[in-house]
Write a protein that binds this ligand. Structure first.
Ligand SMILES: [Zn+2]
Length: 325
């Protein structure tokens, strides 16, 4: 070793040491245009690329802060559900996987139930946390949607669900599939109370989530470029052995084909959603609490009268009816 490495190098290292504190994630690359995005500017732009308008995924809490007036909202704690009743294990125990996600994300499951005002209009929101096991829907997430529906009915306010999910949580097998009818019954109760049910589809909304409550909104809003579908493009292509069109399963494609009502940029969402709620709540002019009858027309009004097996119902109806009183 020469003096170069024993004397000069430590000096140089010490000199450059203050760069150590600089985090290495100051810049992010846009997945659409490859443009470099400075983290502070990206945050200020609500995680929308300022080169090409591509909507990147946004943290659930930041999304809620951007939606609600002054970033203020009240979070409601989701009731506990039995943990891992099937004792499922793949490479890792499901209970451990869940525990890790809970520690990392600081919440019980992949859903946040929040109440606040959007442009002065009260609204109950159930929003998915995609960073929590890919926003997958198990009993805990189902419970969150039921809770949000109950609170919306009780508080006489609209319910908005914001899915961002890969679908059913496979570790909960049939229990996760049961959340499909369960959440469907929950949102039907909101509709029965004459309250608006809005869905804001974000990237991605797929699987069992898109096959249940996520497609049942009175108003279906989607975020630009969001992937929305049931099975993935490749799976469909291999099954039907046909080439699928460009933009298949994007928000814009679904708008063109009548599956969603509008595609709204993130920065315009509070304004748009606020005015929709204002419009729907005002047409619903029955005095509060007096035999509220829906003025919204639902094609599937009869669906709720079809008795569901107890296990699928999960006690929703009785609880929601009690909450509606
Ligand atoms: Zn871009």
């Amino acid at each position: 070793m020469s003096w170069l490495s024993t004397f000069i190098r430590p000096k140089i290292n010490a000199f450059g040491n203050n760069t150590k504190d600089v985090p290495d994630n100051l810049w992010e690359k846009c997945p659409s245009c490859d443009g470099m995005l400075f983290h502070r500017d990206l945050k200020a732009a609500q995680y929308v690329c300022y080169h090409c308008d591509h909507h990147l995924r946004i943290d659930v809490i930041e999304r809620l802060e951007n939606l609600f007036d002054d970033g203020q909202f009240k979070e409601h704690a989701v009731r506990n559900v039995p943990i891992d009743p099937l004792k499922f294990k793949d490479k890792k125990k499901y209970a451990d996987r869940l525990n890790d996600a809970q520690k990392k994300r600081g919440r019980k499951d992949a859903i946040v139930v929040a109440e606040g005002k959007i442009k002065g209009q009260s609204c109950m929101i159930a929003a998915f946390d995609f960073k929590f096991m890919g926003g997958s829907m198990g009993a805990g997430v189902g419970e969150g949607i039921v809770l949000a529906a109950e609170k919306a009915v009780k508080g006489n306010m609209p319910l908005m669900v914001i899915p961002s999910s890969g679908g059913a949580r496979m570790q909960e097998a049939a229990i996760s599939l049961m959340q499909m009818p369960r959440t469907t019954v929950a949102v039907e109760m909101v509709k029965d109370a004459g309250l608006p049910y809005i869905v804001l589809l974000t990237d991605p909304t797929t699987g069992g989530v898109s096959a249940s409550f996520a497609m049942l909104g009175d108003i279906q809003i989607a975020e630009p470029g969001a992937t929305i579908g049931f099975a993935g493009k490749r799976v469909i292509q291999e099954t039907i052995r046909e080439e699928l069109p460009d933009g298949f399963q994007t928000a814009e494609y679904l708008l063109e084909h009548g599956v969603v009502d509008m595609v709204v940029a993130r920065k315009d969402q509070p304004e748009k959603i606020g005015s929709i709620i204002d419009m729907l709540m005002n047409t619903n002019a029955t005095p509060k609490g007096k035999g509220k009858k829906s003025t919204l027309k639902h094609d599937n009004d009869d669906a709720t009268s079809v008795p569901l097996p107890d296990v699928a119902r999960g006690g929703n109806q009785a609880r929601l009816k009690a909450a509606a009183k």
